[in-house]
Design a protein around this ligand. Structure first.
Ligand SMILES: [Cu+2]
Length: 218
């Protein structure tokens, strides 16, 4: 028969292990931060290329919808942390490989806060039918919001796993916005695109690296 002190020792060790596991879980959740990817070009003109994909296909949440960013070497990186120069024009190219989910608020169907025209597949547009929106690229503090037209549900050769290639069905959305002072801003999508989450707004919609991002203006 084991002594009381041996039992107590086992309980203490068990509690310590559980506490260590919980601490590890919380710390790894908090410190996971996608790498910052710098824009191409020279101030005052920079450019960034993003893609959206219906499911990232790897990592801890392979079935989550996501953005990716092309690094200056031309490789796709799973990140939404962007670095752009201050007081510059940032030209965005977004390759949109996901189908439409639709906007709850048609107000977000109008490109806002940009310099010049937003174009989809080379054609300028003032307003996107809210039902056709797959995602938005929005930087609320700069008043920037651009809806991204989804791929048709019946399109051939759809991409299901990142990184998608130009041979697969996509729409290309381009626009330019202007940065101001040095600061770090949040950017995000406003389409409730998180399939499988309550109202479509959980999971990837509130996670850095997926539908939520940071813009370091440096
Ligand atoms: Cu989205």
């Amino acid at each position: 028969m084991r002594s009381n002190s041996a039992k107590l020792g086992a309980v203490v060790v068990g509690v310590a292990c559980a506490a260590a596991l919980i601490a590890y879980y919380i710390a790894s959740y908090l410190v996971v931060r996608p790498p910052a990817i710098a824009s191409s070009g020279q101030a005052p003109r920079a450019s960034i290329t993003l893609q959206t994909v219906a499911s990232i296909g790897f990592g801890p949440h392979p079935d989550w919808v996501s953005y990716l960013v092309k690094n200056p070497q031309g490789r796709w990186v799973h990140s939404t942390v962007l670095k752009v120069p201050a007081h510059s024009f940032v030209h965005m190219t977004i390759l949109q490989y996901d189908t439409a989910t639709g906007l709850r608020n048609p107000f977000w169907g109008e490109p806002q806060g940009i310099v010049g025209e937003a174009k989809v597949d080379g054609k300028p547009f003032r307003e996107l039918n809210p039902d056709l929106a797959s995602h938005t690229f929005a930087i609320p503090e700069l008043g920037v919001s651009v809806p991204l037209k989804g791929v048709a549900d019946n399109a051939k050769n759809q991409c299901s796993v990142a990184p998608c290639t130009l041979q697969q069905a996509h729409t290309t959305v381009t626009f330019t916005f202007k940065t101001g002072k040095r600061e770090t801003l949040r950017w995000q999508c406003f389409v409730p695109c998180a399939a499988g989450f309550i109202l479509g707004f959980g999971g990837p919609m509130q996670s850095l690296g997926y539908m939520d991002g940071l813009l370091h203006v440096t």
